[in-house]
Ligand binder design. Structure first.
Ligand SMILES: [Zn+2]
Length: 157
């Protein structure tokens, strides 16, 4: 990553006290778009900005997510989210898909039923964004954690 971005990260945090930040470039959420990684059907975790998310591969992202997850544990909320669930969400996350034709969008959703959770029209009106469904490995990790008794503390090591 270029030095100027790290410097901007440092400056941006001083300009926006109280905001959290990207764990890679350090830029405050006040000044950059955060990337949401869903870990269940309605909740997500923010560890990277959109740009850093696109610039990294899943393995590279893990450290940033682990740092946020440890913070959650230390402050006590959101509570009871096993690291293995977050890990699965990071490793198997699928990017949204932009489609420019409603017919094509419908065909994609019909073909890969279960792969998409929904869709919305982007601001310019001409683009349909398909949102990926919660990946199967994340559902499996939840099931395993719940069967195993949600040992969140065991993940800290
Ligand atoms: Zn970033």
């Amino acid at each position: 990553m270029r030095l100027w971005r790290r410097i901007w990260g440092w400056v941006s945090r001083r300009l926006a006290p109280g905001y959290s930040r990207c764990r890679r470039c350090g830029v405050s959420w006040r000044f950059t778009e955060s990337h949401t990684t869903m870990y269940d059907n309605s909740n997500g975790i923010l560890a990277l900005c959109e740009r850093c998310w696109w610039e990294t591969d899943p393995e590279e992202r893990l450290a940033a997510y682990k740092a946020v997850w440890i913070e959650w544990y230390e402050r006590g909320y959101p509570a009871g989210i096993p690291w293995e669930v977050i890990r699965a969400a990071v490793l198997h996350e699928q990017a949204p898909l932009a489609v420019f034709d409603a017919q094509v969008a419908r065909r994609i959703v019909e073909q890969d039923e279960g792969k998409w959770s929904g869709w919305y029209c982007s601001g310019d009106g001409g683009t349909i964004i398909l949102m990926p469904a919660l990946p199967q490995p994340v559902r499996d990790a939840w099931e395993e954690a719940i069967v195993g008794g949600l040992d969140v503390e065991g993940d800290l090591g």
